[in-house]
Write a protein that binds this ligand. Structure first.
Ligand code: ARG
Length: 500
């Protein structure tokens, strides 16, 4: 009877596994099929009016996108857009994962050392955005000692990092940086002028104004891997479009007036700088990031343990409504991505409170600790519940007959035994938490992973830096697992006796 059941199970398992394999193979083979002649062009589409997703159709649109399509037509190249985070674009070009990138990318001397640029296709510059009611910031000089939000890896981030005494927090997109300004958590955003202006004028961003319009002069170019065979084709096509009015047509779809004259070589390339890579600085930054990672983990685990214990007790309590509430809590936090929870708490909650007429905003640190704690409490509660329920029910009765109260029984009989069984899964949870802290990078928190990203954004040495980051995490998680092993040994009465 039992062997039959086992056979059935194996058959079902094999059937599911082969279905999955078929799906995998068909998707891999169709992935490889995208026509060999198509040019893979990277873009980061949260940068209207240059690149964005059309609200209705979901397709990519914007000035850069239309221009690139026109270039593709003129050069007889089939364009295939690939969306990537902005700070991932240059590494992708370096590794030839993509053939080109059009992403409102400023031609800078530093970047030109690792990638090639087409001739300039747009004249832009940085602008400073502040809250509507702010009157004391007019220029870069006024930003000294202020809190500034930027998009990671951009010229705005580079510029902000040179301002004395300023605290710069970096976000994955310009819109998140602007959200930070609206929520009142920074004093200013340094971002490309046309983009901030478009957000205010066309997208209806409220509570924000632009001061110091185009405080720098920048030219956008299409970036290609060094020595790309497509560089000439793209330059020729762009030249042709500028001559035959094709460029003007695309320009006027997105901007008013006549397009400005564009130089053949941007002024920024006339002076070249050398990027030096400093291992000492990398190590120092990663060490600093690790301290923050550890601190976040320790706090979230402590709060998670406290909250988790309370929830676990509620889950096994005789009160049905209480059990139900706690079940919903656990299912919600286990069943939804941590990243979504983090965005809800950090970006969403202040907005909700503002709509209710309350002035409330979160600092990064409490928001990160709160999100991580709420999430780990849900997992920890389940671990604890499982541990407590794994102890034989007879022990409750035995303690009761010895005259012990339920609290005493829990404290002196059940919990100590349950704790030993819970230690291995608790250790797993701790290690997961160490790694999950990397998610708070998205709210501009400079923990270990973000420190790595920031270094990559200025040096473009992605492989070495991310490897170093990974090794740092490995050190942290290995140390944690040693810690838990030690605890396990200590709590094992047999081993303790041996040691004594
Ligand atoms: N022009 C700036 C730079 O090159 C910002 C570009 C950001 N582009 C984007 N698609 N998010 O650094």
């Amino acid at each position: 009877m039992e062997t039959k059941l086992l056979k059935r199970n194996i058959q079902v398992f094999l059937a599911i596994a082969s279905c999955l394999l078929v799906i995998l193979f068909t998707s891999v083979s169709t992935m490889g099929q995208d026509s060999p002649s198509s040019l893979k062009v990277a873009t980061e589409p949260t940068f209207p009016p240059f690149e964005m997703q059309d609200q209705g159709t979901g397709e990519l649109t914007g000035f850069d996108i239309q221009l690139m399509k026109a270039i593709g037509e003129a050069a007889e190249l089939n364009i295939e857009f690939i969306t990537l985070p902005f700070d991932g674009i240059i590494p992708a070009l370096q590794s030839n994962t993509v053939d080109a990138a059009i992403s409102g990318m400023t031609i800078t001397a530093e970047r030109a050392q690792t990638v090639s640029f087409s001739r300039p296709y747009f004249k832009a510059g940085l602008a400073i955005a502040v809250q509507d009611n702010n009157t004391n910031i007019q220029s870069f000089a006024d930003l000294e000692g202020k809190r500034i939000a930027v998009q990671i890896g951009t010229t705005g981030a580079q510029e902000a990092s040179t301002i004395e005494g300023a605290t710069v927090s970096s976000f994955d997109s310009a819109s998140l940086a602007l959200q930070e300004l609206i929520n009142g958590k920074v004093d200013a955003v340094v971002n490309d002028g046309p983009v901030t202006l478009y957000a205010i004028k066309e997208a209806g961003l409220q509570g924000v104004k632009v001061v110091g319009e185009l405080v720098t002069e920048e030219y956008y170019g299409i970036a290609l891997p060094k020595d790309s065979p497509y560089l000439d084709d793209i330059n020729n096509a762009l030249g042709l479009l500028i001559q035959n009015g094709g460029y003007r047509e695309v320009y006027q779809t997105w901007f008013a007036g006549e397009p400005p004259e564009l130089p053949l070589v941007p002024p920024s390339l006339e002076t070249a700088q050398v990027i030096s890579f400093d291992w000492g600085k990398l190590f120092a930054n990663l060490l600093q990031g690790s301290t923050i990672t550890l601190l976040l983990t320790a706090l979230a685990f402590t709060f998670g343990l406290i909250g988790g214990t309370a929830v676990a007790i509620a889950l096994i309590s005789p009160y049905k409504p209480l059990r139900l509430i706690c079940r919903i809590y656990v299912d919600f936090f286990r069943g939804t991505p941590m990243l979504v929870q983090l965005f809800m708490i950090y970006f969403g909650l202040p907005g909700l409170f503002r709509e209710l007429g309350l002035d409330f905003s979160f600092d990064r640190f409490p928001a990160a600790v709160l999100a991580l704690s709420l999430n780990s409490a849900a997992y920890l509660a389940e671990i604890m519940r499982g541990g407590i329920e794994s102890i034989d029910k007879g022990q409750w009765e035995a303690s009761q007959s010895l005259g012990m109260s339920p609290l005493q029984t829990m404290q002196d009989v059940i919990f100590p035994q349950a704790l030993r069984r819970m230690l291995p899964p608790l250790g797993n949870e701790f290690i997961t938490l160490v790694k999950d802290t990397s998610l708070v990078a998205v709210i501009g928190f400079e923990e270990l992973f973000r420190q790595g990203q920031l270094m990559v954004a200025t040096t473009y040495r992605s492989f070495e830096i991310y490897l170093a980051v990974a090794l740092m995490y490995l050190v942290l998680t290995t140390l944690s697992s040693f810690g838990f092993k030690w605890l396990e040994a200590r709590m094992n009465p047999l081993q303790r006796r041996k040691a004594a």
